[in-house]
Ligand binder design. Structure first.
Ligand code: NAG
Ligand code: NAG
Length: 127
């Protein structure tokens, strides 16, 4: 039936569009923050991130920074064209759907482990 199909479409739009549970805010690195002494990729293990969630990067803005890069930037520890660099020491960054990449651009900190790749899945429905 045609009407049934239309209702199905409306339900799908509601589920994927409007009604999402509240975004989660994560403190990157927990109490250690965005830290040069830790393997930051390790912090992401076992966590499920959703598009729209927030990451709060806390660090010493005199010494460190955080850049949103693409996969090339993450893998090669370099700033790609269009990358965004933050250095306030308390940066709240919202996750986009799909792959999100973060690095520290100072010296060799990225190569030493100050980088993260996060795959954000679709937000869960609130019901
Ligand atoms: C990252 O950005 C650079 C510069 O725009 C581009 O050359 C490169 O192909 C991009 N990498 C990916 C994986 O999209
Ligand atoms: C992200 O996660 C989704 C769902 O688990 C998966 O289908 C997709 O391949 C992942 N993408 C990347 C870039 O890891």
């Amino acid at each position: 039936m045609r009407r049934r199909a239309i209702i199905m479409v409306i339900l799908m739009v509601l589920q994927f569009g409007a009604i999402h549970s509240k975004p989660t805010t994560y403190m990157v690195g927990d109490e250690d923050g965005w830290d040069s002494g830790l393997d930051m990729e390790g912090w992401t293990k076992g966590k499920t991130f959703h598009a729209g969630d927030f990451l709060v990067f806390t660090y010493d803005g005199q010494q460190f920074d955080v850049a949103v890069v693409n996969q090339t930037g993450h893998d090669s520890c370099s700033l790609n064209e269009g990358a965004k660099v933050f250095h306030s020491g308390n940066d709240k960054i919202q996750l986009a759907f799909g792959a999100n990449y973060f690095i520290d651009t100072v010296a060799d900190l990225c190569a030493a482990g100050m980088k993260m790749a996060i795959n954000a899945t679709a937000p869960p429905p609130s019901v």
